[in-house]
Design a protein around this ligand. Structure first.
Ligand code: ADP
Length: 454
Protein backbone atom coordinates (compact mmCIF):
# COMPACT_ATOMS: atom_id res chain seq x y z
CA UNK A 1 0.00 0.00 0.00
CA UNK A 2 1.32 3.43 -0.88
CA UNK A 3 -1.13 6.06 0.41
CA UNK A 4 -4.03 5.37 2.75
CA UNK A 5 -6.85 7.47 1.38
CA UNK A 6 -8.90 6.71 -1.73
CA UNK A 7 -10.27 9.50 -3.89
CA UNK A 8 -13.80 8.54 -2.79
CA UNK A 9 -12.78 8.70 0.86
CA UNK A 10 -11.31 12.13 0.22
CA UNK A 11 -14.64 13.27 -1.25
CA UNK A 12 -16.48 11.99 1.84
CA UNK A 13 -13.98 13.68 4.16
CA UNK A 14 -14.35 16.92 2.19
CA UNK A 15 -18.14 16.70 2.48
CA UNK A 16 -18.02 16.31 6.25
CA UNK A 17 -15.49 19.13 6.60
CA UNK A 18 -12.90 16.66 7.88
CA UNK A 19 -10.39 17.59 5.15
CA UNK A 20 -10.23 21.07 3.62
CA UNK A 21 -6.69 21.18 2.18
CA UNK A 22 -4.73 18.95 -0.20
CA UNK A 23 -0.96 19.39 -0.50
CA UNK A 24 -0.10 18.64 -4.13
CA UNK A 25 3.61 17.92 -4.16
CA UNK A 26 6.44 16.91 -6.41
CA UNK A 27 9.99 16.07 -5.40
CA UNK A 28 12.83 18.37 -6.39
CA UNK A 29 16.48 17.50 -7.09
CA UNK A 30 17.32 17.94 -3.42
CA UNK A 31 14.59 15.49 -2.40
CA UNK A 32 12.28 18.15 -0.98
CA UNK A 33 8.52 18.36 -1.30
CA UNK A 34 7.53 21.26 -3.52
CA UNK A 35 4.04 22.19 -4.66
CA UNK A 36 0.83 23.96 -3.80
CA UNK A 37 -1.82 23.87 -1.10
CA UNK A 38 -5.21 23.28 -2.78
CA UNK A 39 -8.65 23.82 -1.38
CA UNK A 40 -10.07 20.32 -1.32
CA UNK A 41 -13.02 21.30 -3.55
CA UNK A 42 -10.75 22.52 -6.30
CA UNK A 43 -8.69 19.36 -6.01
CA UNK A 44 -11.78 17.16 -6.32
CA UNK A 45 -13.27 19.14 -9.18
CA UNK A 46 -10.20 19.63 -11.36
CA UNK A 47 -6.68 19.67 -10.04
CA UNK A 48 -6.66 15.95 -9.17
CA UNK A 49 -6.22 15.59 -12.94
CA UNK A 50 -3.22 17.87 -13.15
CA UNK A 51 -1.77 21.20 -12.15
CA UNK A 52 1.36 23.10 -13.19
CA UNK A 53 4.59 24.44 -11.83
CA UNK A 54 7.50 26.39 -13.25
CA UNK A 55 10.03 24.02 -14.79
CA UNK A 56 12.77 25.63 -12.71
CA UNK A 57 11.58 23.26 -9.96
CA UNK A 58 14.19 20.79 -11.29
CA UNK A 59 16.87 23.42 -11.89
CA UNK A 60 17.32 25.34 -8.65
CA UNK A 61 19.61 24.90 -5.68
CA UNK A 62 18.71 24.76 -1.98
CA UNK A 63 18.23 28.52 -1.96
CA UNK A 64 16.07 28.57 -5.11
CA UNK A 65 18.83 30.21 -7.14
CA UNK A 66 18.65 29.82 -10.92
CA UNK A 67 22.02 28.45 -12.04
CA UNK A 68 22.87 28.41 -15.72
CA UNK A 69 23.98 25.33 -17.62
CA UNK A 70 20.86 23.14 -17.57
CA UNK A 71 19.64 21.85 -20.93
CA UNK A 72 16.06 21.51 -19.61
CA UNK A 73 15.41 25.16 -18.83
CA UNK A 74 17.00 28.58 -18.51
CA UNK A 75 16.36 32.33 -18.68
CA UNK A 76 17.01 31.95 -22.40
CA UNK A 77 14.25 29.35 -22.72
CA UNK A 78 11.91 31.49 -20.64
CA UNK A 79 11.41 29.06 -17.72
CA UNK A 80 8.16 27.44 -18.91
CA UNK A 81 5.92 24.94 -17.13
CA UNK A 82 5.89 21.30 -16.13
CA UNK A 83 2.66 19.41 -15.60
CA UNK A 84 2.28 18.08 -12.05
CA UNK A 85 0.27 14.88 -12.42
CA UNK A 86 -1.08 13.61 -9.07
CA UNK A 87 -0.40 9.92 -8.45
CA UNK A 88 -3.67 9.22 -6.64
CA UNK A 89 -2.28 5.98 -5.20
CA UNK A 90 -0.15 8.18 -2.91
CA UNK A 91 -3.10 10.14 -1.49
CA UNK A 92 -2.90 10.14 2.29
CA UNK A 93 -3.99 11.99 5.38
CA UNK A 94 -1.38 14.24 6.97
CA UNK A 95 -2.36 13.93 10.64
CA UNK A 96 0.18 16.42 11.95
CA UNK A 97 -1.55 19.21 9.99
CA UNK A 98 -5.18 19.99 10.70
CA UNK A 99 -7.69 19.05 7.96
CA UNK A 100 -4.96 18.18 5.48
CA UNK A 101 -4.24 15.45 2.93
CA UNK A 102 -1.26 15.08 0.57
CA UNK A 103 -0.67 13.61 -2.85
CA UNK A 104 2.63 13.12 -4.68
CA UNK A 105 2.88 14.04 -8.34
CA UNK A 106 4.86 12.93 -11.34
CA UNK A 107 6.30 15.68 -13.51
CA UNK A 108 5.36 15.62 -17.19
CA UNK A 109 6.37 17.65 -20.18
CA UNK A 110 3.95 20.54 -20.61
CA UNK A 111 3.50 19.96 -24.33
CA UNK A 112 3.48 16.23 -24.89
CA UNK A 113 2.70 14.93 -21.36
CA UNK A 114 5.69 12.57 -21.47
CA UNK A 115 7.50 11.96 -18.15
CA UNK A 116 10.33 14.42 -17.47
CA UNK A 117 13.47 12.21 -17.53
CA UNK A 118 15.28 14.37 -14.91
CA UNK A 119 12.49 14.05 -12.34
CA UNK A 120 13.73 12.01 -9.34
CA UNK A 121 10.57 9.89 -9.21
CA UNK A 122 10.89 9.13 -12.93
CA UNK A 123 14.60 8.29 -12.60
CA UNK A 124 13.74 5.68 -9.99
CA UNK A 125 10.78 4.35 -12.01
CA UNK A 126 13.09 3.70 -14.97
CA UNK A 127 15.40 1.49 -12.88
CA UNK A 128 12.42 -0.31 -11.31
CA UNK A 129 11.17 -1.08 -14.84
CA UNK A 130 14.59 -2.38 -15.91
CA UNK A 131 14.64 -4.67 -12.88
CA UNK A 132 11.11 -5.83 -13.66
CA UNK A 133 12.26 -6.80 -17.16
CA UNK A 134 14.75 -9.13 -15.46
CA UNK A 135 11.88 -10.58 -13.40
CA UNK A 136 12.55 -8.90 -10.05
CA UNK A 137 11.30 -6.24 -7.66
CA UNK A 138 13.49 -4.40 -5.20
CA UNK A 139 12.55 -4.17 -1.54
CA UNK A 140 14.34 -1.28 0.07
CA UNK A 141 14.60 0.56 3.37
CA UNK A 142 16.35 3.87 3.98
CA UNK A 143 17.24 4.74 7.57
CA UNK A 144 16.83 8.40 8.52
CA UNK A 145 19.35 9.91 10.93
CA UNK A 146 19.20 13.51 12.06
CA UNK A 147 19.98 15.81 14.99
CA UNK A 148 17.32 17.37 17.19
CA UNK A 149 18.03 20.74 18.81
CA UNK A 150 16.49 22.61 21.71
CA UNK A 151 16.10 25.88 19.76
CA UNK A 152 13.77 26.68 16.88
CA UNK A 153 14.91 27.01 13.25
CA UNK A 154 14.42 30.77 13.51
CA UNK A 155 16.44 31.15 16.71
CA UNK A 156 19.32 29.21 15.21
CA UNK A 157 19.21 31.19 11.96
CA UNK A 158 19.18 34.46 13.90
CA UNK A 159 22.21 33.37 15.91
CA UNK A 160 24.04 32.62 12.67
CA UNK A 161 23.96 28.93 13.66
CA UNK A 162 26.43 29.70 16.46
CA UNK A 163 24.71 28.47 19.60
CA UNK A 164 23.35 25.08 18.63
CA UNK A 165 22.18 23.06 21.63
CA UNK A 166 21.49 19.40 20.83
CA UNK A 167 18.49 18.06 22.71
CA UNK A 168 20.70 15.74 24.78
CA UNK A 169 24.00 16.38 26.49
CA UNK A 170 25.47 12.93 25.85
CA UNK A 171 25.78 10.15 23.27
CA UNK A 172 22.30 8.63 23.38
CA UNK A 173 22.81 5.48 21.29
CA UNK A 174 20.04 3.06 22.28
CA UNK A 175 19.33 5.10 25.46
CA UNK A 176 15.81 4.71 26.75
CA UNK A 177 16.20 7.27 29.57
CA UNK A 178 17.42 10.05 27.29
CA UNK A 179 14.99 9.26 24.49
CA UNK A 180 12.12 9.41 27.01
CA UNK A 181 13.01 13.09 27.40
CA UNK A 182 12.60 13.53 23.62
CA UNK A 183 9.21 11.86 23.32
CA UNK A 184 7.56 15.28 22.98
CA UNK A 185 8.85 15.32 19.42
CA UNK A 186 9.58 11.69 18.60
CA UNK A 187 6.30 10.12 19.72
CA UNK A 188 4.22 12.33 17.40
CA UNK A 189 6.74 11.64 14.64
CA UNK A 190 6.13 7.89 14.95
CA UNK A 191 2.38 8.10 15.45
CA UNK A 192 1.57 10.74 12.86
CA UNK A 193 3.65 9.02 10.20
CA UNK A 194 2.07 5.67 11.00
CA UNK A 195 -1.38 7.23 10.73
CA UNK A 196 -0.30 8.68 7.36
CA UNK A 197 0.23 5.14 6.08
CA UNK A 198 4.00 5.07 6.56
CA UNK A 199 5.02 1.81 8.23
CA UNK A 200 7.24 3.17 10.99
CA UNK A 201 9.20 0.46 12.79
CA UNK A 202 10.86 2.47 15.53
CA UNK A 203 12.91 5.46 16.54
CA UNK A 204 16.04 5.26 18.66
CA UNK A 205 18.76 7.46 20.04
CA UNK A 206 21.89 7.48 17.85
CA UNK A 207 25.59 7.64 18.67
CA UNK A 208 25.95 11.39 19.35
CA UNK A 209 24.43 14.15 21.45
CA UNK A 210 20.94 14.86 20.15
CA UNK A 211 21.17 12.37 17.30
CA UNK A 212 18.07 10.39 16.32
CA UNK A 213 17.28 7.50 14.01
CA UNK A 214 13.93 6.72 12.40
CA UNK A 215 13.40 3.28 10.85
CA UNK A 216 10.62 2.55 8.40
CA UNK A 217 9.70 -0.97 7.31
CA UNK A 218 11.14 -1.96 3.96
CA UNK A 219 8.87 -1.53 0.98
CA UNK A 220 8.87 -1.65 -2.80
CA UNK A 221 11.49 0.85 -3.99
CA UNK A 222 9.19 3.69 -5.09
CA UNK A 223 7.11 3.46 -1.90
CA UNK A 224 10.33 3.43 0.12
CA UNK A 225 11.51 6.68 -1.47
CA UNK A 226 8.07 8.26 -1.03
CA UNK A 227 8.05 7.20 2.64
CA UNK A 228 11.52 8.62 3.21
CA UNK A 229 10.66 11.96 1.62
CA UNK A 230 7.42 12.41 3.53
CA UNK A 231 9.03 11.27 6.80
CA UNK A 232 11.91 13.73 6.47
CA UNK A 233 9.44 16.50 5.77
CA UNK A 234 7.26 15.46 8.72
CA UNK A 235 10.18 15.42 11.15
CA UNK A 236 10.99 19.03 10.21
CA UNK A 237 7.37 20.16 10.51
CA UNK A 238 6.68 18.37 13.78
CA UNK A 239 9.88 19.75 15.35
CA UNK A 240 9.10 23.23 14.02
CA UNK A 241 5.57 23.14 15.47
CA UNK A 242 7.10 22.58 18.90
CA UNK A 243 9.66 25.34 18.68
CA UNK A 244 12.46 22.83 18.05
CA UNK A 245 14.65 22.27 15.04
CA UNK A 246 16.30 19.31 13.33
CA UNK A 247 19.05 19.02 10.78
CA UNK A 248 19.64 16.44 8.09
CA UNK A 249 22.93 18.11 7.21
CA UNK A 250 25.34 15.15 7.36
CA UNK A 251 28.04 16.99 9.33
CA UNK A 252 27.03 20.02 11.35
CA UNK A 253 29.94 19.89 13.82
CA UNK A 254 33.54 18.90 13.05
CA UNK A 255 33.99 16.90 16.26
CA UNK A 256 30.67 15.09 16.17
CA UNK A 257 29.84 12.07 14.05
CA UNK A 258 27.71 12.73 11.01
CA UNK A 259 24.24 11.54 10.01
CA UNK A 260 23.75 8.77 7.48
CA UNK A 261 21.01 7.24 5.49
CA UNK A 262 21.88 3.58 5.11
CA UNK A 263 20.03 1.77 2.34
CA UNK A 264 18.93 -1.86 2.80
CA UNK A 265 18.22 -3.83 -0.36
CA UNK A 266 16.89 -7.23 -1.34
CA UNK A 267 15.43 -8.51 -4.59
CA UNK A 268 12.25 -10.54 -4.80
CA UNK A 269 10.38 -12.46 -7.49
CA UNK A 270 6.80 -12.13 -6.35
CA UNK A 271 6.75 -13.33 -2.75
CA UNK A 272 10.10 -15.13 -2.97
CA UNK A 273 13.25 -13.40 -1.70
CA UNK A 274 15.74 -14.25 -4.44
CA UNK A 275 18.83 -13.12 -2.51
CA UNK A 276 18.35 -16.24 -0.41
CA UNK A 277 20.08 -19.55 -1.08
CA UNK A 278 20.14 -21.67 2.04
CA UNK A 279 22.82 -23.96 0.63
CA UNK A 280 25.30 -21.22 -0.25
CA UNK A 281 27.84 -19.38 1.92
CA UNK A 282 26.10 -16.89 4.25
CA UNK A 283 22.79 -17.87 2.63
CA UNK A 284 23.58 -15.57 -0.32
CA UNK A 285 22.36 -16.55 -3.79
CA UNK A 286 24.45 -16.15 -6.95
CA UNK A 287 22.09 -13.35 -7.92
CA UNK A 288 22.82 -11.51 -4.70
CA UNK A 289 26.56 -11.93 -5.24
CA UNK A 290 26.35 -10.43 -8.75
CA UNK A 291 24.15 -7.56 -7.52
CA UNK A 292 26.58 -6.77 -4.69
CA UNK A 293 29.56 -7.01 -7.01
CA UNK A 294 27.87 -4.35 -9.18
CA UNK A 295 27.26 -2.13 -6.14
CA UNK A 296 30.93 -2.34 -5.21
CA UNK A 297 32.36 -2.06 -8.71
CA UNK A 298 30.44 1.14 -9.45
CA UNK A 299 30.44 2.79 -6.00
CA UNK A 300 32.58 5.69 -7.16
CA UNK A 301 30.33 6.24 -10.20
CA UNK A 302 27.25 6.89 -8.07
CA UNK A 303 28.69 8.41 -4.88
CA UNK A 304 27.50 11.83 -6.03
CA UNK A 305 23.90 10.58 -5.73
CA UNK A 306 24.52 9.39 -2.17
CA UNK A 307 26.56 12.43 -1.10
CA UNK A 308 25.34 15.41 -3.12
CA UNK A 309 26.88 18.40 -1.31
CA UNK A 310 30.32 19.64 -0.30
CA UNK A 311 29.36 19.00 3.33
CA UNK A 312 28.41 15.37 2.58
CA UNK A 313 32.10 14.44 2.23
CA UNK A 314 32.99 15.73 5.70
CA UNK A 315 31.10 12.73 7.08
CA UNK A 316 33.41 10.11 5.57
CA UNK A 317 35.87 9.88 8.45
CA UNK A 318 37.45 6.85 9.98
CA UNK A 319 36.28 5.77 13.41
CA UNK A 320 32.84 7.35 12.99
CA UNK A 321 30.83 4.42 11.58
CA UNK A 322 30.71 6.30 8.25
CA UNK A 323 32.58 4.27 5.63
CA UNK A 324 35.57 5.34 3.60
CA UNK A 325 36.14 2.21 1.51
CA UNK A 326 34.15 0.24 -1.06
CA UNK A 327 34.33 -3.33 0.14
CA UNK A 328 31.79 -5.62 1.75
CA UNK A 329 31.78 -7.30 5.11
CA UNK A 330 29.70 -9.67 7.14
CA UNK A 331 27.92 -7.61 9.79
CA UNK A 332 30.82 -5.18 10.14
CA UNK A 333 29.99 -1.48 10.32
CA UNK A 334 33.38 -0.23 9.11
CA UNK A 335 32.82 -1.23 5.46
CA UNK A 336 30.83 0.52 2.73
CA UNK A 337 28.58 -2.50 2.30
CA UNK A 338 27.39 -4.75 5.09
CA UNK A 339 25.74 -8.13 4.74
CA UNK A 340 22.69 -8.22 7.04
CA UNK A 341 20.32 -11.07 7.86
CA UNK A 342 23.02 -13.67 7.07
CA UNK A 343 21.57 -17.17 6.50
CA UNK A 344 18.01 -15.96 6.89
CA UNK A 345 15.03 -15.12 4.72
CA UNK A 346 15.86 -11.44 5.32
CA UNK A 347 19.37 -11.74 3.85
CA UNK A 348 20.12 -8.32 2.37
CA UNK A 349 22.85 -5.81 1.71
CA UNK A 350 23.11 -2.48 3.48
CA UNK A 351 24.90 0.33 1.65
CA UNK A 352 26.40 2.62 4.30
CA UNK A 353 27.72 5.34 1.99
CA UNK A 354 24.60 7.53 1.82
CA UNK A 355 24.35 10.63 3.98
CA UNK A 356 21.20 11.99 5.61
CA UNK A 357 21.12 14.61 2.85
CA UNK A 358 20.70 12.16 -0.03
CA UNK A 359 17.71 12.31 -2.33
CA UNK A 360 16.32 8.78 -1.81
CA UNK A 361 14.92 8.47 -5.35
CA UNK A 362 18.29 9.24 -6.92
CA UNK A 363 20.21 7.15 -4.41
CA UNK A 364 18.01 4.10 -4.88
CA UNK A 365 17.96 4.49 -8.66
CA UNK A 366 21.76 4.66 -8.80
CA UNK A 367 22.16 1.65 -6.49
CA UNK A 368 19.71 -0.38 -8.57
CA UNK A 369 21.47 0.62 -11.79
CA UNK A 370 24.78 -0.63 -10.37
CA UNK A 371 23.24 -3.85 -9.06
CA UNK A 372 21.50 -4.53 -12.39
CA UNK A 373 24.81 -4.06 -14.20
CA UNK A 374 26.38 -6.57 -11.82
CA UNK A 375 23.62 -9.07 -12.65
CA UNK A 376 23.80 -8.46 -16.40
CA UNK A 377 27.58 -8.87 -16.48
CA UNK A 378 27.58 -11.70 -13.90
CA UNK A 379 30.27 -9.86 -11.94
CA UNK A 380 32.23 -11.89 -9.38
CA UNK A 381 32.04 -10.85 -5.75
CA UNK A 382 35.38 -10.76 -3.94
CA UNK A 383 35.55 -12.43 -0.50
CA UNK A 384 34.32 -10.31 2.42
CA UNK A 385 36.71 -8.02 4.20
CA UNK A 386 37.11 -8.38 7.96
CA UNK A 387 38.58 -6.31 10.75
CA UNK A 388 38.89 -2.55 10.74
CA UNK A 389 38.22 -1.68 7.11
CA UNK A 390 39.33 1.93 7.69
CA UNK A 391 42.90 0.60 7.97
CA UNK A 392 42.70 -1.77 5.00
CA UNK A 393 45.00 -0.14 2.48
CA UNK A 394 44.04 -2.55 -0.30
CA UNK A 395 40.37 -1.59 -0.27
CA UNK A 396 39.28 1.05 -2.78
CA UNK A 397 38.30 4.51 -1.50
CA UNK A 398 34.98 6.28 -1.86
CA UNK A 399 35.61 9.61 -3.64
CA UNK A 400 36.65 11.87 -0.80
CA UNK A 401 35.39 15.18 -2.19
CA UNK A 402 32.39 16.37 -4.18
CA UNK A 403 34.86 17.51 -6.84
CA UNK A 404 36.14 13.94 -7.26
CA UNK A 405 32.63 12.47 -7.21
CA UNK A 406 31.48 14.86 -9.94
CA UNK A 407 34.24 13.56 -12.21
CA UNK A 408 33.45 9.89 -11.56
CA UNK A 409 29.76 10.60 -12.23
CA UNK A 410 30.54 12.53 -15.40
CA UNK A 411 32.72 9.67 -16.67
CA UNK A 412 30.33 6.87 -15.72
CA UNK A 413 29.53 4.83 -18.81
CA UNK A 414 27.41 2.56 -16.60
CA UNK A 415 25.12 5.37 -15.36
CA UNK A 416 24.98 7.00 -18.79
CA UNK A 417 23.78 3.69 -20.26
CA UNK A 418 21.33 3.06 -17.40
CA UNK A 419 19.89 6.55 -16.93
CA UNK A 420 20.67 8.38 -20.15
CA UNK A 421 23.05 11.24 -20.87
CA UNK A 422 20.34 13.85 -20.28
CA UNK A 423 19.91 12.70 -16.69
CA UNK A 424 23.59 12.31 -15.88
CA UNK A 425 24.50 15.67 -17.43
CA UNK A 426 21.71 17.37 -15.47
CA UNK A 427 22.91 16.05 -12.11
CA UNK A 428 26.55 16.68 -12.95
CA UNK A 429 25.57 20.32 -13.47
CA UNK A 430 23.66 20.32 -10.18
CA UNK A 431 26.74 19.10 -8.31
CA UNK A 432 29.09 21.41 -10.20
CA UNK A 433 26.97 24.37 -9.10
CA UNK A 434 27.22 23.29 -5.45
CA UNK A 435 30.99 23.19 -5.79
CA UNK A 436 31.12 26.55 -7.59
CA UNK A 437 29.01 28.19 -4.88
CA UNK A 438 31.20 26.72 -2.15
CA UNK A 439 34.34 27.86 -3.91
CA UNK A 440 33.07 31.43 -3.67
CA UNK A 441 32.55 31.23 0.10
CA UNK A 442 35.08 32.54 2.62
CA UNK A 443 34.70 30.20 5.57
CA UNK A 444 34.99 30.81 9.33
CA UNK A 445 37.89 28.37 9.37
CA UNK A 446 39.95 30.43 6.93
CA UNK A 447 39.38 33.61 8.88
CA UNK A 448 40.13 32.09 12.29
CA UNK A 449 43.28 30.46 10.96
CA UNK A 450 44.64 33.32 8.96
CA UNK A 451 43.25 36.61 10.23
CA UNK A 452 46.19 37.38 12.49
CA UNK A 453 48.75 34.77 11.57
CA UNK A 454 48.76 34.67 7.79
P1 ADP B 1 20.17 -1.88 11.65
O1 ADP B 1 20.91 -2.73 12.60
O2 ADP B 1 21.00 -1.44 10.47
O3 ADP B 1 19.47 -0.70 12.29
P2 ADP B 1 17.53 -3.13 11.33
O4 ADP B 1 17.34 -4.52 11.81
O5 ADP B 1 16.93 -2.03 12.15
O6 ADP B 1 19.09 -2.86 11.00
O7 ADP B 1 16.90 -3.06 9.88
C1 ADP B 1 17.13 -1.96 9.09
C2 ADP B 1 16.13 -1.90 7.97
O8 ADP B 1 16.21 -3.07 7.17
C3 ADP B 1 14.68 -1.80 8.42
O9 ADP B 1 14.13 -0.63 7.86
C4 ADP B 1 14.03 -3.04 7.86
O10 ADP B 1 12.67 -2.82 7.43
C5 ADP B 1 14.92 -3.34 6.67
N1 ADP B 1 14.81 -4.73 6.18
C6 ADP B 1 14.55 -5.85 6.88
N2 ADP B 1 14.48 -6.91 6.06
C7 ADP B 1 14.70 -6.45 4.80
C8 ADP B 1 14.77 -7.06 3.50
N3 ADP B 1 14.59 -8.36 3.32
N4 ADP B 1 15.03 -6.24 2.44
C9 ADP B 1 15.23 -4.93 2.59
N5 ADP B 1 15.18 -4.34 3.78
C10 ADP B 1 14.92 -5.06 4.87
Amino acid sequence: MAGNLSFDELKTAAGSGDIDTVLVCCVDMQGRLMGKRFHVQNFIESSHEETHCCNYILATDLEMATPDGYATTSWQAGYGDYVMKPDLSTLRRIPWLEGTAMVLCDLLDHHNHEPVPQSPRQILKVQIARLKDLGYEAMMATELEFFLFEQSFRELAQSGYRELTPISAYNEDYHILQTTKEEGVMRPVRNHLFAAGIPVENTKGEAETGQEELNIRYAEALDCADHHTIAKHAVKEIAWAQGRSVTFLPKWHPQKVGSSSHVHMSLWAGKTPVFRDENAAHGMSELMRHFMAGLIEYAADYTCFLAPYVNSYKRFMKGTFAPTRTVWSVDNRTAGFRLCGENSKAVRVECRIGGSDMNPYLAQAALLAAGIKGIEDKLDLAPPTGGDVYENAEAKHIPSTLRAAIETLRASAMLRAAMGDAVVDHYVRCAEWEQEEFDKAVTDWEIARGFERA
